[in-house]
Design a protein around this ligand. Structure first.
Ligand code: SAM
Length: 229
């Protein structure tokens, strides 16, 4: 059975969010410049494109991701990416941590508080954590539904349903191998997180929120800017 995060990595280029994600990266880069931070950890760095932007803008940055496929892809861009966990880093070793493009929605509600504590450990007092989460509209109005894509040697079918604050995305991918197709299938669950949860965190103060509309006129994500207490 394939790791669901590696399965997402396999279908990423077929889904094609590049234009929207570049718009999101612009917003993050502006925020990072305005906060005057230099050392950054990108949690859930994925294919490394944002790390490349950071490198080009002369930030000192590295990234971690739980998908080996993603990390290998990121390393081809010449950025510092690995499958390390947050606890592999020294205490207070970054001025800022980012988690971009709904990384937090991959974390179940029950594990979110300990994730925030692990992020807090690698930051100094008043260090920043910037992330974004999908809004309800992002799940119900954008992500939910059926999508099929046919590209070169791959055929993809995705069905996403949002129920009880969870998005279940079922994925079937056919990849051509010689004359035959190999079928890979799996599912990914993403969790809606309410703003009320983020306001009650022990380790962080929620300083500001920024709604952002990447896929339409209505905000599908909210950017959250935290400072460590
Ligand atoms: C939608 S992708 C976004 C990737 C990247 N930030 C970008 O902008 O393209 C979400 C990423 O989060 C990673 N991920 C999910 N949960 C994670 C966790 N707990 N720790 C590290 N990476 C995680 C996935 O493997 C995936 O690469």
């Amino acid at each position: 059975m394939i790791n669901p995060l590696d399965l997402y990595a396999k279908i990423e280029s077929l889904i094609g969010f590049d234009v929207q994600y570049e718009k999101l990266y612009e917003v993050y880069l502006q925020l990072l410049h305005s906060l005057h931070v230099k050392t950054i950890l990108d949690v859930g760095c994925g294919n490394g494109k944002f790390l490349k932007h950071l490198q080009n803008a002369e930030f000192r940055a590295c990234g971690i991701d739980r998908s080996v496929v993603m990390v290998e892809r990121a390393c081809t861009l010449g950025v510092d990416a690995s499958t390390k966990e947050l606890d592999a880093f020294e205490e207070a070793s970054f001025e800022c941590v980012v988690a971009i493009a709904d990384v937090l929605n991959y974390i179940p509600v029950a594990e979110l508080e300990s994730f925030f504590e692990a992020v807090a450990r690698v930051l100094p007092k008043n260090g920043y954590f910037i992330c974004d989460v999908n809004t309800l509209y992002g799940f119900e109005g954008v992500a939910e539904g059926v999508m099929c894509q046919d590209k070169e040697n791959q055929f993809l079918c995705v069905e996403a349903t949002f129920e009880h604050k969870e998005l279940l995305t079922k994925i079937v991918l056919f990849e051509k191998e010689g004359e035959l197709y190999r079928k890979v299938e799996g599912s990914i669950t993403q969790y809606f997180h309410s703003l009320a949860f983020f306001k009650k965190l022990k380790a962080f103060k929620l300083c500001s929120t920024k709604p952002i509309a990447l896929f339409g006129d209505e905000p599908d994500k909210t950017i959250l800017i935290f400072q460590k207490r």
